[in-house]
Design a binder for this molecule. Structure first.
Ligand SMILES: C[S@@+](CC[C@H](N)C(=O)[O-])C[C@H]1O[C@@H](n2cnc3c(N)ncnc32)[C@H](O)[C@@H]1O
Length: 206
């Protein structure tokens, strides 16, 4: 809790001053941001490696690292102003299991170890997100994309693209039942196959 309180304080002060979070968000950091992200931890197995794509000011990556010290979390973010803030948060909260990587997700394929879980919140539409996140997951690993009430429509629109990218059937999951209202909506996609550049497939175990 001490680390969570310290992070909330950093977001509401430095985060706002540096333009990483809107001033109107400061009073609702706990419910709209921290708790909304923390409940996603219920979908992540013990000791998993997590890559958070487009971490921004650290959502959900920092929250997951604080809530779950068993996780190895890599925060991927292209903007220097944001990675500088993330580095400071990691230092100040002494988050030993967190690595900050400056870069675009699509440029990091093959440079990061394949992750058990790839998270993203408010980064891109589902088709583009799948194109960035699935290649960073291990085969059998999962993308967990935090989405709003239009999650099912996004899946219907982009189902074929996701399959072509080597993903399985996307599912809409709800996190935080009995803890937060509204619950957090997550689109889960398992990376089932490796798609090589020419479009051929390699399945798990081959
Ligand atoms: C709207 S912000 C969301 C930040 C955070 N996830 C949140 O929920 O507050 C989107 C973030 O995605 C990052 N981003 C955009 N394109 C990206 C890419 N190709 N790879 C990784 N991050 C990217 C942006 O720099 C930005 O910080």
């Amino acid at each position: 809790m001490d680390a969570a309180i310290a992070y909330a304080e950093l977001l509401a002060t430095e985060g706002v001053v540096r333009g990483l979070i809107g001033p109107r968000e400061a009073p609702r950091i706990w419910d709209r941001h921290l708790l909304n992200c923390a409940v996603v931890a219920e979908l992540i197995p013990l000791g998993a490696s997590v890559v958070d794509v487009g971490s921004g000011a650290g959502l959900p990556g920092i929250v997951l690292a604080v809530a779950r010290p068993d996780l190895q979390v890599t925060l991927v973010e292209p903007l220097a102003r944001r990675t500088a803030f993330l580095d400071e948060v990691v230092d100040q909260l002494d988050l030993t299991g967190v690595t900050v990587v400056r870069g675009r997700a699509e440029e990091l394929v093959g440079r990061l170890a394949p992750a058990d879980i790839v998270t993203a919140r408010a980064v891109a539409p589902l088709d583009r997100l799948a194109g960035w996140c699935l290649p960073l997951a291990a085969v059998g690993g999962r993308m967990l994309a935090m989405k709003g009430s239009t999650a099912a429509e996004e899946i219907a629109e982009h189902r074929n693209v996701i399959l072509r990218l080597g993903g399985g059937q996307a599912r809409v999951l709800s996190c935080g039942a009995g803890l937060i209202d509204p619950e957090t909506t997550v689109v889960e996609v398992v990376r089932e196959r490796v798609i090589t550049q020419g479009g051929s497939r390699r399945s798990r175990g081959r």
